[in-house]
Write a protein that binds this ligand. Sequence first.
Ligand code: GLP
Length: 261
Amino acid sequence: MEVIILPTPDEVGRVAAAKIAAVVRKKPSAVIGLATGSSPRGIYADLRRRVEAGEVSFAEAHGFALDEYIGIPLEHPESYASVIDRDVVKPLGFASDRVHVPNGRAAIPAVAANEYDTAIRLAGGVDVQVLGIGTNGHIGFNEPTSSFASRTRIKTLAPSTREANARFFDSIDDVPTHCMTQGLGTILEAGMLLLVAQGSLKADAVAAAVEGPLSSFVPGSALQLHEHAIVVVDEAAAADLQLSSYYRSTYENKPEWQHVA
Ligand code: GLP
């Protein structure tokens, strides 16, 4: 795992965006795993700047969102289908028919979840998966105790997740109780995992995911099983890391030949 500690949230977005842009320049039809939430917003803003500057194009790229709520209509402004369309598809110029979000409105959600997992495989797999992390260590909506072998499926949201996401709704009662999320096993099949976190509220979860024991109680620790996981954090989110000086000096002195992406 590579851990990159940067001074500001803007730098986190810029450095993570540069990695995605490099993947897409090399493979214009790359499959990007898309995360919602506030953490990746800086990435999408920086990618938009790069698209407008003609540095990269997502016109041929594909996208698969990590997760979706169950129980809110497609056109709800906080459905992840709406968020992905607003924050990613339109600003970055993805072709909307190449971007997929789990169908939280399916008559038989378990079937839709299986089909989503299969669709990712049929698309050739995710090349780079963008991830945030919840304060309870979740990635996607894989709440604590999610199996490392899990596939796309229905989950019940943890109370702390519903509280954290209440800011996007009128009241906590409006936050859905269930979701459909790519599983940890699904996420681990991506070619590269790119997790970003900013702010002191994420410090515990980042330290537990990066340096703690491998545990389904901290779903983010699944990154330790991946051969190409990159964690990009600002100073505040890095505050609880024990080996921060090692990560800093490794990044600052990284020779050109050590760059794999
Ligand atoms: C959300 C999403 C996750 C996200 C996490 C952190 O509920 N399902 O994909 O990474 O929780 O959210 P934020 O980035 O807003 O802190």
